[in-house]
Design a protein around this ligand. Structure first.
Ligand SMILES: C[S@@+](CC[C@H](N)C(=O)[O-])C[C@H]1O[C@@H](n2cnc3c(N)ncnc32)[C@H](O)[C@@H]1O
Length: 390
């Protein structure tokens, strides 16, 4: 029971008793208002309990659209039969400004912003302070990853999307060096998107665009990109398959989905091997407690195969003291040490003793990087697959 018009669709899911609004709700005539109102009233009259109105994919609503919703809430108030649950999105500019007003009409309207604290480490990762860490990581990964991206099918002239693009360094390097026809970077963090836009402007890069968005509910149409990336991000979500589903949806049939995740089980070093290994074992466990999976790399092949992607390719990307600038590598490990011991450590309430044990391996790895006789690694897995043509 859907209502489909040229710029918007209302989709009813009877399992969740939920109407999802999608597109652009620009109503013009009183008839348009009446049509939406009647559609909602009709569903209202058939169900019990809670009625959900989900606005996570509605890009715009005009005053007449708001009027249709207000009329419906007033109708529900008079009938007093259901509870209404309004679901907003933090990345849609109008949503948090307009929708709370509906709760003023009647006290049986519940309001949720879907993506406030929707994964455990959100506050930490979306903070602007995370940006220097991302930048230092890109400095040492890019020289290795560029070739991997070409091997996995990123070609000149492709339409590319980078979902969870962070502060934009990798997408802007792709724009400059691999010459896609267009690159769209999406990230949930306002600080990261502001940073990406200012870099883009500073370096005068014209074939890219950055938008705030939610990877679990992308606004882009089906089948619209040749190559879709999601780098160093699937590991922070408790339900990465929800994101993979969206990555696949926006990829053109025959296009490729490329994922990159860390694999802490492959981080090694010498001397002080045991101390380094123990720290990354502990960091993985504390990561699990924060809802992240820092050993996700080895699982990517299985995820992509399970999603029925074809021609799956896998490559290890191993940054090490031989292929990376040692100074840049040590900056990355210093950032991890700070993030892991203090940011995560405080968040999990680790004792001083636990923090000291965790810190010991980062200190040992830093000594290894700074010694001309030391060797150490940072391991990641890159895995991509082709979306079937049919
Ligand atoms: C570990 S960072 C990786 C960023 C970037 N890909 C890189 O490699 O530098 C994870 C990114 O995912 C973003 N993110 C988290 N939840 C998101 C969501 N639901 N939709 C889009 N981006 C999200 C964060 O803001 C953060 O920038």
């Amino acid at each position: 029971m859907n209502l489909t018009k040229s710029t918007y669709t209302l989709i009813y899911d009877p399992l969740d008793q939920q109407v999802s609004f999608e597109g652009i709700l620009r109503l013009v005539s009183p008839n348009d208002v009446n049509e939406i109102y009647s559609y909602l009233v009709d569903i209202h009259n058939r169900i019990q309990g809670t009625f959900r109105l989900n606005f996570r994919r509605l890009r715009y609503i005009n005053a007449a659209g708001v009027k249709a919703l207000s009329l419906f809430v007033k109708y529900a108030q008079v009938k007093n039969k259901l509870t209404l649950h309004i679901i907003a999105s933090g990345v849609i500019a109008w949503s948090e400004r307009v929708l709370p007003n509906l709760c003023q009409i009647w006290d049986k309207v519940e309001y949720t912003v879907y993506d406030h604290n929707f994964y455990k480490s959100q506050e930490i990762i979306e903070d602007g302070e995370f940006i220097p860490l991302l930048r230092n990581q890109t400095r040492i990964i890019w020289p290795l990853e560029k070739e991997v991206l070409i091997k996995h099918g990123l070609k000149k002239g492709s339409r590319v999307a980078d979902i969870c693009c962070g502060c934009g360094d990798t997408p802007l390097l792709i724009s400059r060096e691999l010459q896609p026809s267009f690159l769209l970077g999406i990230d949930h963090s306002k600080a990261a998107i502001d940073y990406a836009r200012s870099s883009q402007k500073q370096f005068n890069i014209n074939n890219a665009e950055f938008q705030r968005g939610d990877a679990t509910t992308l606004m882009m149409s089906d089948n619209s990109f040749d190559f879709v990336l999601c780098r160093l991000s699937l590991q922070i979500f408790s339900q990465p398959d929800l994101i993979l589903k969206e990555l696949i949806r926006i990829t053109k049939p025959g296009g490729r989905i490329y994922t990159l995740c860390e694999e802490y089980d492959t981080i090694i070093g010498y001397p002080e091997s045991a101390t380094i290994r123990e720290t990354y074992r502990l960091a993985s466990e504390y990561g699990d407690d924060m809802g992240m999976d820092l050993r996700q790399g080895k699982k990517l092949f299985n995820m992509l195969a399970d999603a029925k992607l074809e021609d799956i390719m896998v490559d290890h990307i191993t940054v090490d003291t031989n292929n990376a600038n040692r100074e840049a590598f040590s900056k990355v490990v210093e950032s991890w040490r700070h993030f892991s011991v203090y940011t995560i450590g405080d968040s999990l309430g680790l004792t001083d003793k636990q923090k000291a044990t965790l810190k010991a391996g980062y200190d040992a790895q830093l000594r290894t990087i700074r010694s001309p006789y030391g060797y150490t690694t940072w391991g990641m897995v890159a895995c991509s697959g082709r979306k079937p043509i049919r």
